[in-house]
Design a protein around this ligand. Structure first.
Ligand code: NDP
Length: 507
């Protein structure tokens, strides 16, 4: 990635700090970055003030305890943790209120400047990062409020960085509106549209696997690959997030954002360098060329390029294949979960087939799938290879296609190759060459925060790309709204509706 270009930010203001994202992912991610022993990371986080804010009444010491616990969990050194906890603050404020924002931003600058003097570059302009850990529905209102602040606060915003979570808007038009409004506050380079899948070590490892590998690089194209599947199934259910999830569903929550980003790295041309311009141009080019599949049917039992389903009551954690439920976790039907409006017909499992209309990929279906409450929750990218053009007569055996399987969680790469069968030199069999990669010390959110804190947007989504991703899924969303695709059901703990069969083949 490139050298840091902006004044180093010093104060991280988290709007919506009482929420689920801050607790489960953001603070642990920042803490994993703070625990890093890499000198550049240590310099970046030195003197950082972590300021939480929300409407919920909360004391400073309560917030400091939360920060302290996250730092301890990540193994941050005691002396570093003490300084960070002492500098941490919590401000009760409504992020949609111009007056409240004025007050916190003006106040934070004073704190930021003083803490900046503790860091190695005491002469730097005090920097501010505002992280929108907020429900997507209010992000536009907050952006508008930020564009109308006092002269003092506006001056501070000139060097600020805004980190905005997905989903970015609710269709391409609202994403474009949000882009325009954010640009009234800061310039494009100061906006980080966060998709933490871009920070996942395995997703980033794809770059090395694909481009710096003599065996794999030449075959990563439509001449050799028949089909690409990107699967992210979870055994978790709703986990109390009905307020957000019931209005999004699996397609918007996972495919529209995370899985299209993964696709963009799977399918991109080699960027000239891993910097914000080259890397994001390469991924953007892929997404601009991506559309809903128009070729022959790919999903079994339907001529449509998409499917959707919702889980009914069941047990997750038993043996999904045998139906054995011992030691499993029982789950109510999605439609009966607290806060769910069943008439919205929100899907908890979505599949969509797309095509990437480039010289490299024309004609290859890309199947994207993500579901909740799945019995055997696979998280992987599967590339099915085309058969070789010629097999010598006399060699007999396997019909199973060869595959390259990249495990996203846990991190692994498996080459499923045809070789001679055990004990029979003329019989063919399939063997796996497999490598498991160590878990990265920095979490996906830590990786994203490295970019945000360092002012390097390589791993954040460009404004036009945020709009493009909505353009890609719009035909599917519209056909679902028109009820042209039935909402099917599957038992929690199963692998999806029985009628869907095994299109996405397990190992
Ligand atoms: P929450 O629904 O938990 O909301 C976060 C906080 O926002 C709340 O605690 C609340 O704080 C504040 N808030 C809620 N409604 C309003 C309102 N009307 N006006 C002002 N403030 C409000 O969201 P999450 O933390 O789950 O998610 C935040 C963002 O992160 C979303 O965009 C989500 O899509 C994204 N995200 C979340 C993930 C997750 O696992 N949670 C994963 C990936 C992305 P208070 O009441 O104190 O003001």
């Amino acid at each position: 990635m490139t050298a840091r270009k902006q004044a180093r930010p010093r104060t991280l203001l988290i709007l919506g700090a009482s929420g689920d994202l801050t607790k489960r992912l953001l603070l642990p991610g920042i803490s994993s970055l703070i625990a890093s022993t890499v000198p550049a990371d240590r310099e970046m986080v030195a003197g950082l003030r972590i300021v939480g804010s929300g409407r919920s009444k909360r004391s400073r010491s309560d917030w400091q305890k939360q920060v302290e616990a996250a730092l301890a969990e990540a193994g941050v050194r005691a002396a570093d943790a003490r300084a960070l906890v002492a500098a941490a603050d919590y401000v009760v404020a409504d992020p949609t209120s111009k007056d409240d924002l004025n007050q916190i931003i003006e106040g934070i600058d004073a704190g930021g400047s003083s803490s900046a003097s503790q860091g190695p570059d005491a002469g730097d302009v005090a920097g501010l990062i505002i992280y929108f850990a907020l429900p997507p529905a209010i992000v536009l209102t907050v952006a508008d409020a930020l564009s109308k602040l006092s002269a003092t606060a506006t001056k501070i915003l000139e060097t600020a960085v805004l980190a905005v979570e997905k989903p970015f808007g609710s269709d391409s038009r609202s994403a474009a509106t949000l882009n325009r409004r954010l640009l009234k506050v800061v310039s494009e380079e100061q906006i980080h549209r966060v998709d933490h899948f871009l920070g996942m070590a395995t997703v980033l490892n794809l770059v090395g696997l694909r481009f710096v590998n003599r065996l794999i690089e030449p075959i990563w194209n439509a001449d050799n690959i028949e089909k690409v599947e990107i699967v992210y199934d979870e055994d978790l259910g709703l986990e109390g997030r009905a307020g957000y999830y019931d209005t999004s569903g699996a397609l918007v929550d996972m495919l529209q954002s995370h899985l299209l980003q993964v696709l963009s790295i799977v399918a991109m041309e080699a960027p000239a360098s891993i910097d914000p311009v080259d890397f994001r141009a390469a991924t953007a080019q892929v997404l601009r060329a991506t559309e809903v599949w128009s070729g022959p049917p790919v999903l079994s039992g339907t001529t449509l390029p998409s499917r959707r389903a919702r889980y009914t009551a069941g047990t997750v954690g038993g043996d999904a294949r045998t139906g054995e439920t011992g030691r499993g976790r029982s789950m109510p039907a999605y439609a009966k979960e607290k806060g769910v409006d069943p008439s919205r017909e929100t899907e908890t499992l979505a599949e969509m087939v797309v095509e990437v209309n480039t010289r490299r990929w024309a004609g290859v279906p890309f199947v994207l799938r993500s579901g909740k409450a799945i019995g055997v929750p696979r998280k992987e990218i599967i590339l099915t290879l085309k058969p070789v053009g010629f097999v010598p007569r006399g060699l007999t055996g396997t019909e199973r296609p060869e595959r390259i399987v990249v495990g996203l969680k846990p991190s692994s790469v498996t080459l499923e190759l045809t070789m001679n069968g055990d004990g029979d030199p003329f019989g063919l069999d399939r063997h796996d060459l497999s490598a498991t990669l160590d878990a990265a010390p920095i979490t996906a959110y830590g990786e994203v925060m490295r970019g945000v804190l360092g002012g390097d947007p390589t791993l954040s989504i460009r404004g036009d790309v945020a709009e493009t991703c909505w353009r890609i899924v719009a035909p599917v969303l519209n056909s679902w709204r028109r009820n042209e695709v039935p909402l099917e059901e599957y038992r929690a703990g199963s692998e999806g509706p029985a009628a869907w069969g095994r299109d996405i083949t397990p190992h």
